[in-house]
Design a binder for this molecule. Structure first.
Ligand code: TXA
Ligand code: MG
Length: 317
């Protein structure tokens, strides 16, 4: 494929991105969580192209992005708990897994043949403008090669996917920095992936606890595979001091060559996590080692620790 275009975040860039998407091409775009690799969710060819560009196992279903709840109701059934969560957290970093409408027109490659569909309404103004200009559902996984660190800048997208996708809409760095929280809301809410909306906030809105997800009998998601978000270097967690030859990433009182947040601020740490993993990987060099200071397991810390555990997991390749 030809060189990947870098599109500017203005009317012309958005119009060009929408035109490419209508032609079945792939365009990466910013959301408040991470950059997504967008393609027309109704087109088998576009969706197959997403799996191919990422090198993603095709049994892992994709998230469908839409501009608002009204649009979501054209594709999925919104139950009572889903509606409550949608009203509280959409647009924003929350994905709801909902029953797919039989007449949805969504490619079965998006849902990997499941009878449910994951729907997200991103809050990022450029994502909103692109969705409205395109006028349809966009399937979009994170815009990185499968198993690697998710992109939080347009430059990260280019590093991983240059030459494999038509364009990237450049919206600067992502504010949240971690993927969306994924919830199966009805009939009894299940947390499938911790993410940008803390579980505590969801439980407060629902007035009931979320049960832990990741049912081993179900098709696994890449976000649920043990080794994911993997840097090149080996990773050690809960480190409080630097060992010989290691790059230490600090948090709060633990100081390292890099830090997620000197003040121990979880919002800042989430926003910096993936860019810091990339920077630590670069500093560690080939065969290098990275250590991370402990991060508290509350609020966004749960999603940060989830990603760090997966980044540290033994690799299958
Ligand atoms: O923040 C995000 O969610 C980003 C941005 C681009 O929106 N997207 C993202 O997509 O993280 P991806 O493909 O990397 O992760 C999608 C997750 C996977 O873990 C997948 O298994 C799960 O969504 N998923 C999709 N459809 C599902 C379904 N019907 N049932 C259960 N899980 C589903
Ligand atoms: Mg991903």
């Amino acid at each position: 494929m030809a060189m990947t275009l870098m599109l500017s975040p203005d009317d012309a860039g958005i119009a060009r991105a929408a035109e490419l998407l209508r032609a079945g091409e792939l365009v990466a775009f910013p959301t408040e969580t991470v950059y997504g690799l967008g393609g027309d969710a109704r087109s088998d060819r576009a969706v197959a192209g997403i799996y191919a560009a990422k090198g993603r196992p095709s049994f892992n279903p994709l998230i469908v992005h839409l501009p608002d709840l009204t649009a979501a109701e054209d594709f999925a059934e919104v139950g009572p708990k889903a509606r409550r969560l949608a009203r509280t957290f959409w647009p924003g970093p929350l994905t709801l897994v909902l029953p797919l409408r039989p007449d949805s027109g969504i490619s079965p490659l998006v849902t990997a043949g499941l009878e449910t569909v994951a729907i997200r309404i991103p809050a990022h103004p450029l994502a909103q403008r692109l969705l409205r200009a395109f006028g349809g559902p966009l399937a979009a996984p994170s815009a990185n090669p499968s198993g690697r660190v998710s992109p939080t800048t347009a430059g990260h997208v280019i590093e991983g996917l240059s030459g494999r996708i038509a364009a990237v809409l450049d919206g600067g760095p992502c504010a949240v920095g971690l993927e969306s929280t994924i919830v199966l809301p009805d009939p009894s809410p299940v947390l499938l992936r911790p993410g940008g909306v803390p579980a505590e906030a969801l439980e407060a809105a629902l007035g009931e606890p979320l049960s832990p997800g990741g049912d081993a009998g179900k098709p696994t998601s890449p976000g649920q595979l043990a080794s994911h978000y993997a840097p090149e270097a080996a990773l050690r967690l809960d480190a409080t001091e630097t060992r010989e030859g290691e790059i230490l990433v600090g948090f709060g009182p633990v100081r390292g060559a890099l830090t997620l947040s000197e003040n121990g601020d979880l919002v800042e740490a989430a926003a910096r996590l993936f860019a810091t993993l990339r920077e630590a990987d670069r500093l560690a060099g080939p065969g290098g080692r990275i250590a991370f200071a402990p991060v508290p397991d509350t609020g966004l810390g749960r999603a940060i620790n989830d990603r760090l555990r997966r980044a540290a997991a033994p690799r299958s390749n």
